[in-house]
Structures are given as structure tokens and as C-alpha cells.
Design a protein around this ligand. Sequence first.
Ligand SMILES: C[S@@+](CC[C@H](N)C(=O)[O-])C[C@H]1O[C@@H](n2cnc3c(N)ncnc32)[C@H](O)[C@@H]1O
Length: 345
Amino acid sequence: MTRAIVVPKENAESLLRNLQMERLIDRTMKIVKRGNSILVPVTGEPRFDLAPLRARLEPHVDLPHRLRPRDPRHEIRERLEAAGIPVAHAPRRWERIGGVLVLRLPSEGQPQARVIAKIFGMVLGARTVVQDRSGIHGPMRVPDVQVLWGNGTETVHIEGRIRYAMDVARVMFSSGNLAERVGIADRVRPGAIVVDLFAGIGYFSLPIAVRGRAETVYGCELNPVSFRYLVENTRLNRATNLVPLLGDCRAIAPRGIADWVIMGHFDAREYLDVAFDALRGKGTIVYHELCPKEQYPDAMTQRLAAAARAHWMNVQAIHTRIVKSYAPGIVHSAAEVEVTRQNRP
Ligand SMILES: C[S@@+](CC[C@H](N)C(=O)[O-])C[C@H]1O[C@@H](n2cnc3c(N)ncnc32)[C@H](O)[C@@H]1O
């Protein structure tokens, strides 16, 4: 015997969506039909009100067991087939940002985009499904997404115990850079002063402030929308050592105080002078760029060494890495450059 919610057939979809959001569906039991009702096995009592859906909780129901919990990929495949949509028209992967699912649909899938989105959203328990239409644009790194199913693109994404509030339709978030976000927080020593020149919603600033226990992290952000989330995320994570600064880092970045400077933007090379000016005597610059694969890492290390010399700095060490493949023949690469100020004669 198990607990189940009984709901009229026409309200089953709304109920399932709400239950999925609260992760309450008991996946070890089968969902069954009884007359005009659907019985959904649950692991606990929902927090939302069942009355508007004309649903009710039955404490002791006899439902058949599933032989093993379902793999969502199988379930997606079955539902696509049932809807007459070739599996090749749907994406093979997805990105989950809080309650929002981001899909990149092949062109063949466009005519059935909304049905595909509904299937993914239902099976994967998302609140909203959006499609990433053309990537991320401009210096403020603004996404181009279209809502296909559900509503509301504002969400809170939790990663490594950090909460990132954001609007997926208005600011970027790259799940692929997780190792970077976590790794950097572990390397910055407690008590360090950090200047993040391109803070966004706090991608690097927050983990460094919260997990790395820096003394102060100054987060510069140009885009007022991202800045609003940076401020909100500072509060949400109780990061009292994070100081959000609104404006162009060229104008607002503090000077002569940093042990670490973070440059999480592909235009970072145009701001190396700002980074060197932010350092006090010696320190580490975390630098990102897009680089043709065959030029990695020499072009980047030479560029950094030349910029250091031009600012009367000596390079003590450069550690380079490829963050990910960005496009055919292009890599997203990063470097950590340790520098000390030269003794001028
Ligand atoms: C690419 S996002 C950060 C991405 C993040 N590093 C990641 O890997 O997910 C860079 C941010 O820098 C901001 N930005 C661009 N130019 C800026 C400038 N001159 N000063 C301050 N912020 C700037 C953009 O608005 C954007 O929010």
C-alpha cells in the first residue's frame, strides 16, 4: 500500500508538473488510470493546494510496482514516439538552470518545438523550457532564448552550495564552467583581496567570497540587469565580504589593492592594463580568452608576458588550461599568471 493523489484526468498534467517541482512522485510505483481519474503515487504530502485541481490524497492505495525506476531518456524517447516525433528531431542533451531547462533544437525539430519542450519539461520536472536560439551576444553576454513551455524564466540555480538567482532570458549562465568556478575558490587563500573585473551575477565572485573566504571581493559589473542579480545573490548567500560595483571596470575597478584579479570575459585581453593596475605589488591574474587551437598555449602566454613587461611586472609562473572546446578549431582557454613588480632603477 502506498500514498497516492487522485486527480481528474483533465487536471493530471498540472498536478504532475507541481509534483515534479517538489520532487514528490514515487518513481518506484506506477501511475495508473481509474475511471476518469489518474492515481499518482507520492513520497510525501505536497505543499501546494490540491483543491483547485479537484485532487485529493489517498493514504492507502494499492498500486503496481515499477520493476526499476525509469531512465528519463527512455521516457522521453517513448513519449516522442507516441507523439509521432522522430527521436532525431529532439535534442540529445539539455542544460538545467534551476527550474528552467535549456534546449538546443535541431532545425528539423522546430515545427514541433513546443510539443518536444512539453515532453522534456514533464519528464525532467522543469517549470519552464526555453530554447537557446543563437547563443550569447555582445560585450554584456546577453542570451537569446525563447520560452517554449511553462512560464517564468527567473530561477535560482544551486551549485556547490552557492545560490545564483537570475533570469535565464536576460543573463548568461554557463554550466560548462563549473570546474572553473569551484577550482578558483579553492586556490584563493583566505584573507586575500580579490577584484573581479567582469562579475556578472557572481559566477566567480560568489564562490570566492563564500567558499574561499577572501577578505574582500570587489565585483565590477557593467550590465544593470546582471548587477541587480549580483546584489541579490550577495544577500542570498550572505556574502558580507562581496562588494558589488556598478559600471565599466575601466572606470570603477579599485587600484593597487588586489592579490587576485579575475577576468572572466573573452575580451579580457583589452583590459589587461586594468588588471595590472588593480594589483598591489604582486599577485595572480586569472585570464580567459578564445584561442585558435593550434595557437594554444603559446599565443596566450606570449601575450600575457608582453603585457606584464609593459606594466613593469615580472612573470613568476603561468599555468594554462583549456576550459572547453568553444567551436570547431577554437578553445576557451584560461591562464593563471603570477606576477611581481619590477624594481625600477
Ligand atoms: C561573460 S560574463 C561572465 C561569465 C562567467 N565568467 C562564466 O564563465 O560563466 C561577463 C560579464 O562581464 C560584464 N562586462 C562586460 N564588459 C564589462 C566592463 N567593461 N566592465 C564590467 N563588466 C563588464 C558583462 O555584462 C557580463 O555580465
